[in-house]
Design a protein around this ligand. Structure first.
Ligand code: R5P
Length: 311
């Protein structure tokens, strides 16, 4: 097998390569003067099982294009099988038509990856599980839950803990985690009865006197998280932390989170941490390199990937 990486998350690629005990494949992913992307694979891949690691995070369009061009280069170099390893699958939030004449960009991106020449996809905590079905090639959607559960059990007194979904859309994810830790589940139901009226946060479940753990797939502006933390504290929660797989953290999100009522935000390294994240006292990063590395190794050996999640 050969493991190649685009420019989106070199530290994760190096950690995965170290886990698998293989060197990262030699390639150049550069820009022409006009910023077009140029890829050159510097080693023979004929007949190889090739894995291309790239999170389509900020700048999403550049990183997506790098991934597509790398897949194209490998296909034209006669790789036997190409797996797109996409720890953070961007454009996933546009997974249905919220109104007339709007796109389903998650499906478009799935089509692009497939048409570029990928034979398989390996990803992590897709925004919605059904996005797997947007690909007509085998797609493994890994879960960061085991990594998070281990950390939650180590760092928290789970006797007085509730897992909380910050919105109705995340209930399945939060319920799964609450069940596996053996703690109660609470749900924040956001409602705006009439346009122009401010949003009302109703909390379903037990939070008074509890340490609350918000669970979600993405933290982007941080708005969902900070508002949810305030609402929980207002209802008598003892403190609020959050475990979120993908730290998109756009714009002033890190500053917003650092000055919020959140005790801690724990994310994974599915997206490369910015300097602001690295120095933040509120944000901690867990590595998914062993999980992704193990899944890549099992795919290469044609072993079960789902059994990674049987407890
Ligand atoms: C939405 O459905 C997602 O699961 C996240 O809740 C959302 O993307 C978070 O965005 P933000 O941090 O900008 O509120």
């Amino acid at each position: 097998m050969k493991l190649f990486s685009g420019n989106s998350n070199q530290p994760l690629a190096e950690a995965i390569a170290a886990y698998l005990n293989v060197p990262l494949g030699k390639c150049d992913v550069r820009r022409f003067a006009d910023m077009e992307i140029f890829v050159e694979i510097h080693e023979n891949v004929r007949g190889e099982d090739a894995f291309v690691l790239q999170s389509t995070a900020f700048p999403a369009n550049d990183h997506l294009m790098e991934l597509l061009i790398m897949i194209d280069a490998l296909r034209r170099a006669s790789a036997r099988r190409i797996t797109a390893v996409v720890p953070y699958f961007g454009y996933a939030r546009q997974d249905r038509k919220p109104g007339p004449r709007t796109p389903i960009s998650a499906k478009l991106v799935a089509n692009l990856i497939t048409r570029a020449g990928a034979d398989r996809v390996l990803t992590l905590d897709l925004h919605a599980g059904q996005i797997q079905g947007f690909f007509d090639i085998p797609t493994d959607n890994l879960f960061a839950a085991p990594v998070m559960i281990r950390d939650i059990k180590e760092k928290n007194n789970i006797k007085k803990t509730s897992v909380v979904s910050p919105d109705v859309g995340g209930v399945v994810r939060a319920r799964g985690l609450a069940k596996r830790i053996g703690v109660p589940l609470a749900i924040i139901d956001k409602r705006r009865d009439r346009p122009g009226q401010s949003e009302v946060m109703n909390i379903v479940g037990e939070v008074k006197g509890m340490s609350c753990i918000l669970v979600d797939d993405i933290v982007d502006s941080g708005g969902t998280l900070c508002n949810a933390a305030d609402a929980l504290l207002e209802k008598g929660a003892k403190d609020v932390s959050a475990y979120i797989t993908h730290g998109v953290l756009s714009g002033g999100a890190v500053a917003r989170i650092t000055s919020s009522s959140l005790k801690t935000l724990v994310i994974t390294d599915s997206i490369r941490a910015t300097e602001a994240v690295r120095v933040s006292q509120t944000i901690r990063v867990l590595s998914i390199a062993p999980l992704m590395g193990e899944a890549i190794g099992r795919t290469a050996r044609e072993e079960s990937v789902s059994s990674l999640f049987h407890s």
